[in-house]
Design a protein around this ligand. Structure first.
Ligand code: GLA
Ligand code: ZN
Length: 682
């Protein structure tokens, strides 16, 4: 078992951001908060996320009494504290005295003081001042029995183009290119448009009105920014560790499919993955079940960042948010269903932003457990309290983890490289959502999948799907070859292996780095289709009547050493190969040359999976299934996200939510879930 907090908590953590510093002149409110938290089944509060100006109102003047008192009160009432370091927002004295801490944007303009999440990552002053504050926090409350976790800063994101960051970038490049500017010129193909550099000191970040035409530069800048986040967070982490007497795990909160930072690299710095999830429920484009599936994929992505441990849902909205174009309420029952899905997908916590609405400023109308109304008879409070109850019933799943046999590759560097590439369509690249489409199609086949790095491809998985892996290194290509040779089933797709790690095109045919041999083909051309264009893939033998609908991208292949499973139905490349397989060693490498519509993708994946011993069971629309395991037990969550009653046939075990033994089939209503505990099959 791998518990997040190093020990069994005996309950699923249920809590969220709590800002008592806004209410220190209201002891009546603070007393009610404790009473109502207990009523809601809340056992955790995240404190101090934006409290720097209360801790240190003037440089060197510190106040922690209020924090200690709040933590004491919470702890005496059975509520643990996750304590944030307050670097998410800076006090005005810091910005006024040391302007270097304020970020510079991509036009070279320095920010003025204000808002949040906008400090320079390189600034030595910023690093020094936050370290001092972190040290004081550890000294003051680091040993508090209620302290259960450190939460560094808040939702890291954005970039800084100041001179300090520019010099950091030059340093990073010097190291990366062994101090040899001509090596950089070569890897960046800098002779193009006369872009050659004479020294590292000449290089600037990709300012919006500057050098943005070098793909290698743009990619290195993204990688440097991630590196800078790693360096910055290390400063805070090292300080906490250095002064800590008690060992407390450390996290920072991530966001959905986040573009700015390679989370896989940043994840290595922290002990536990936590993230903030705000799905657009009840939008006008998709069903509730589809939004839930998207949320399932996003959980899988977070889970994949540290697979040996449960993750945490650090924030979610009770009711509604305040920043979406339309701030729609969560419909009755959605809150609990979303919480159960979160646990089903491998989280060990359900937490909110926020416990209580602030009376003023930017988030006064953001959803919270406690509304301005101030009572506990609100719909939202009752739904939160009900969720608290449900979480108690499934407490024993804590520490269990999913053990999936199918994985989808998602790479940040590939995402950055591909998004920056011309020659396709700026509107239809959709790398992240395409990875999600594969995950959803598998879910429809009853197969739960992990989302992993290409570096983690291994025969621990039976099937690996690598959608649109535009950028491939020799090392990754080798992993893929070994995976297949050792019995794995690999699915590669259109837009694979076009460039290397520096965005230089492979010579001698795509997919490069030896992958054309693994798949037995070369992709000679790619057709970027207009939104209304369609083509099709017809199976060559077996189900010739089935045509898979193709949209957006279609590659034209030269197949030299693979079996053709499907051919195009239309256009000048009709009857040419579109779907192939080649056996190598004990495994198989499938290649899908064109993007398929939803149903077509399900059909195609069923063909791929049918050659393995993974069982596909098509689930009715709106039904989701996830399993978490301990050494002895399997906990299967069946979620009904449709508008109709649903019947599950295969359940046989104890339903943790009702406490009843279940045999045969169970019928449950819309937005309901059952959690079945069974002995694990050996
Ligand atoms: C983010 C932040 C919170 C809050 C919420 C509002 O997740 O971390 O501080 O602003 O958004 O949805
Ligand atoms: Zn900077």
């Amino acid at each position: 078992m791998n518990y997040i907090f190093g020990k069994r908590m005996n309950s699923i953590m249920h809590g969220g951001d709590y800002n008592p510093e806004q209410w220190l002149d209201r002891p009546d409110i603070l007393a009610k908060d404790i009473e109502y938290m207990k009523e809601a089944g809340v056992n955790e509060a995240t404190l101090g996320v934006f409290a720097w100006s209360m801790y240190e109102p003037r440089e060197g003047e510190f106040h922690f009494e209020w924090l200690k008192q709040i933590m004491d009160n919470l702890y005496e009432n059975g509520i643990y504290t996750i304590l944030a370091t307050p670097s998410g927002a800076r006090p005005i004295w810091l910005d006024n005295t040391y302007p270097e801490v304020m970020r510079v944007d991509n036009m070279g303009n320095r920010n003025r003081h204000g808002i949040r999440h906008n400090h320079c990552l390189s600034s030595p002053i910023m690093r020094e001042k936050i370290s001092l504050l972190d040290q004081k926090l550890v000294e003051e409350v680091g040993n508090h029995p209620g302290l259960i976790m450190w939460h560094i800063s808040n939702e890291f994101g954005g970039e800084c183009y100041c001179d300090l960051c520019k010099r950091g970038f030059q340093q990073y490049l010097r190291k990366r290119y062994d101090g040899d500017i001509n090596k950089l010129n070569h890897e960046w193909w800098a002779t193009f448009w006369s872009a050659r550099y004479n020294s590292f000191d000449e290089i600037e970040p990709p300012f919006k009105n500057g050098q943005t035409a070098i793909m290698g530069l743009n990619l290195d800048w993204k990688k440097f920014t991630t590196q800078n986040y790693c360096d910055y967070i290390s400063v805070e982490i090292d300080t906490l560790r250095k002064y800590a007497k008690k060992e407390v795990p450390i996290t920072t909160n991530f966001m959905k499919r986040f573009w700015d930072i390679d989370y896989r690299t940043l994840a290595k710095k922290i002990d536990v993955i936590s993230w903030d999830s705000y799905p657009f429920f009840h939008n006008d484009q998709e069903s509730f079940a589809d939004t839930m599936l998207e949320s399932g994929f996003d959980h899988a992505m977070m889970r994949g960042l540290k697979k040996d441990k449960p993750f945490m849902l650090m924030e979610s909205a009770p009711g509604k948010v305040n920043w979406s174009p339309y701030n729609k309420l969560k419909r009755p029952g959605v809150h609990k269903q979303f919480a159960l899905q979160t646990i089903a997908c491998g989280s060990d916590t359900v937490q909110y932003f926020q416990w209580r609405k602030s009376r003023g400023a930017a988030e006064q109308h953001h959803g919270a457990v406690m509304d301005h109304l101030g009572t506990t008879d609100t719909r939202i409070f009752k739904e939160v309290a009900e969720t608290g109850n449900v979480l108690k019933k499934i407490a024993e799943v804590e520490g269990s983890i999913p053990q999936n046999k199918v994985a989808i590759v998602f790479e940040w560097e590939n995402w950055w490289a591909f998004e920056d590439a011309g020659g396709f369509s700026w509107h239809t690249k959709k790398y992240d959502t395409t990875c999600m489409e594969y995950w959803k199609a598998l879910a429809a086949l009853g197969v739960d999948a992990d989302v992993i790095s290409a570096n983690d491809i291994s025969n621990e998985y039976k099937v690996v799907i690598a959608p649109m892996l535009y950028s491939v290194t020799e090392a990754i290509a080798d992993k893929m070859k070994r995976f297949v040779e050792n019995g794995g089933t690999l699915l590669g797709t259109y837009i694979m292996g076009y460039v290397n790690e520096n965005c230089l095109c492979y010579e001698g045919g795509f997919p490069g780095a030896g992958l054309s041999e693994l798949f037995g083909l070369i992709s000679e051309e790619i057709d970027t289709l207009y939104p209304s264009d369609r083509n099709g893939i017809r199976f060559v033998s077996g189900n010739e009547d089935t045509v898979l609908t193709v949209k957006e991208y279609a590659e034209i292949l030269r197949v030299h050493d693979a079996e053709v499973l499907g051919v195009y139905t239309d256009d000048f490349y009709a009857k040419q190969p579109a779907f192939t397989v080649k056996s190598t060693g004990k495994g198989k490498a499938y290649y899908q040359a064109a993007r398929c519509e939803d149903q077509a993708l399900i059909d195609l994946l069923e063909v791929v999976l049918s050659s393995t011993d993974i069982t596909c069971t098509r689930l009715a629309k709106g039904i989701e299934k996830h399993t978490r395991y301990t050494d002895d037990f399997a906990y299967t969550f069946y979620l009904n996200n449709s508008d109709e009653n649903a019947i599950f046939e295969v359940v046989d075990g104890e339903n943790l939510l009702s406490g009843e033994e279940v045999k045969g089939s169970v019928e449950i209503g819309p937005k309901e879930c059952i959690v079945i505990k069974q002995w694990k099959e050996s």
